[in-house]
Design a protein around this ligand. Structure first.
Ligand code: VGL
Ligand code: ZN
Length: 245
């Protein structure tokens, strides 16, 4: 997979076209433009993380501008053979909810058996409209929906491993069984479920790319910058949807 020399490429293309006296007709440039895109292989999967009612403006844990990812992810879905959807899927009274801890407010932290936990407003409770996938999300090719965070005592930002860092969701085994070696991660929120999913994917041996503009962040106390720093350091690639479509 080769990234980025697009600006250079376009400049060269335009020059070649003109020097051949062809001008830059729409068809000519469209074909060459298409040839310069990243092309997901049959061994690549798009992962749409937590594009649920809870994480858009009208939801219980709104991610600023969260709904803006929907049309972008819908368009990306068309260029992948393999699509995975995840859903945050908490029990009522889940340990990640501030309301489950006396004296705690949303966005404070607490120490749980597996480490520090950010405490959230009650969100994505199993079977509620808030936990449903966003109504405009159209990913007809999606082959599997991974629900996570259903253990009452353990959160799961990652689509691969719960916050105790031991319990698996089964997603790695599923992807491996299907011969998937590369994942493109999109969705909500960049600095929590997207980042944890991407970092686990990379650590598990998948080539991992995050499509930045197909994600939106919560950005709590610098969490967005920290997430990109860690993802970059670990070899997760940062791309834009225009690299694909
Ligand atoms: C998420 C906080 C709590 C996410 C899920 O999808 O990023 N964030 N639960
Ligand atoms: Zn959650």
């Amino acid at each position: 997979m080769k990234l980025l020399p697009r600006r250079q490429f376009i400049r060269n293309t335009a020059l070649t076209g003109m020097s051949l006296g062809l001008g830059t007709s729409a068809i000519w440039s469209t074909n060459l433009w298409a040839a310069n895109k990243l092309k997901p292989s049959a061994n690549s999967a798009l992962i749409a993380v937590d594009v649920q009612n809870c994480f858009v403006s009208s939801g219980t844990l709104p991610v600023p501008k969260g709904e803006e990812v929907v049309p972008i992810i819908n368009a990306l879905g068309k260029v992948f053979d393999n699509v995975v959807i995840t859903q945050d899927w908490h029990t009522a009274g889940h340990t990640s909810f501030a309301s489950s801890h006396v004296g705690k407010k949303p966005f404070e932290t607490t120490q749980l058996s597996y480490g520090q936990q950010v405490l959230w407003p009650d969100h994505c409770v199993q079977g509620t409209p808030d936990a449903e996938l966003h109504g405009d999300l159209k990913l007809p090719k999606a082959q599997v929906v991974i629900r996570k965070g259903f253990n009452p005592q353990v959160d799961s930002y990652s689509a691969f491993k719960e916050a105790d860092r031991k319990s698996t969701t089964g997603l790695a085994a599923y992807l491996q069984a299907r011969g998937i070696d590369t994942v493109y991660v999109t969705g909500l929120a960049t600095d929590f479920c997207v980042a944890w999913t991407a970092l686990d994917a990379k650590a598990l041996g998948f080539e991992t790319l995050v499509v930045e503009d197909a994600c939106r962040a919560i950005d709590l106390n610098g969490s967005l910058e920290a997430a990109w720093k860690e993802m970059t350091a670990k070899g997760v690639k940062r791309i834009q949807s225009s690299d694909l479509i």
